[in-house]
Unconditional design. Structure first.
Length: 127
């Protein structure tokens, strides 16, 4: 969990309202070369008082969990695709050209008959 999430959760736990916003020119934010925290704090207070604070949408914990699951699934699909491509390249280099049929039961039989895929049991090495 990111630090922002921890702070947000702790603040909500004690009843403090937490808002996230973006400060651009459209929100009335004054752009200056010299930064002063006091001036920025006063300006934020004015924006909050006038109900003009540019609030941004923050995803809920459930939405963040779903996003993490989707990212994980995407990585798993990529790994599977890489592996299948490597296996197909290996089969092609040994003369087995089945395309999509390589992943069927008949293709599995051709894998087992392929000389590159046979396992050798030679003592302690386990290969």
């Amino acid at each position: 969990m990111r630090a922002r999430s921890v702070v947000r959760a702790a603040a909500r736990g004690i009843g403090v309202r937490v808002e996230a916003g973006r400060c651009g020119e459209d929100s009335g934010w004054v752009v200056r070369r010299q930064k002063t925290d006091r001036r920025d704090a006063e300006h934020l207070l004015d924006l909050l008082g006038q109900d003009r604070f540019p609030e941004i949408w923050v995803p809920s914990l459930e939405e963040r969990d779903v996003r993490q699951l989707l990212v994980h699934r995407h990585k798993q699909v990529q790994a599977r695709t890489r592996t299948k491509n490597q296996l197909q390249a290996m089969a092609l280099s040994h003369g087995v050209q089945k395309k999509y049929k390589l992943w069927t039961k008949v293709g599995g039989a051709s894998w087992r008959s392929c000389p590159c895929c046979r396992t050798r049991h030679s003592g302690a090495s386990g290969c």
